[in-house]
Design a protein around this ligand. Structure first.
Ligand code: FES
Ligand code: FES
Length: 154
């Protein structure tokens, strides 16, 4: 059965006529077209579907869309500002931290929430912070370098 769902995504309000048992991942990708949020395992194990909800990282494949009405949701599409990439997006490109790119949106959003709370993290803290985000390509070294580089000159 379909109902109106009201979501606030990337600074905009949306009203969507859709099934109420959909996950946030399904609504973001299928109803709103934010396909930067990736479906990996669909089981809560890979982190590819990570989005920010009120600034904290959540697995959108395990989150019912109806449960996050009224909260601020940010997907990878919402990170750039006025056509300029977020410093983390730039760092991932400059450090070569992207290969196939499938893990990248979730990895960057996890890293953003982490850096917001720990602006000058150690390498160990950074590795722990991204331990729930699986990357099958890079070996993580360049990802950690990219995250650590964001605030290193400030
Ligand atoms: S798709 Fe959500 S954790 Fe893998
Ligand atoms: S770059 Fe391919 S999964 Fe991470």
């Amino acid at each position: 059965m379909k109902h109106i769902l009201k979501l606030h995504v990337n600074g905009e309000d949306f009203e969507i006529f859709t099934e109420m048992n959909k996950t946030l991942l399904e609504v973001l990708r299928e109803d709103l077209g934010f396909t930067g949020t990736k479906r990996g395992c669909d089981l809560g194990a890979c982190g590819a579907c990570t989005v920010l909800i009120d600034g904290k990282p959540y697995l959108s494949c395990l989150t019912l869309a109806i449960a996050v009405q009224g909260k601020k949701i940010v997907t990878i599409e919402g990170l750039a500002r006025e056509g300029k990439l977020h410093p983390l997006q730039k760092a991932f490109i400059e450090k070569g931290a992207i290969q196939c790119g499938f893990c990248t949106p979730g990895m960057i959003l996890t890293a953003k929430a982490f850096l917001d709370e720990h602006p000058y993290p150690s390498e160990e803290e950074t590795k722990r912070a991204i331990s729930g985000n699986i990357c099958r390509c890079t070996g993580y070294v360049k990802i950690v370098e990219a995250i650590l580089s964001v605030n290193e000159n400030q």
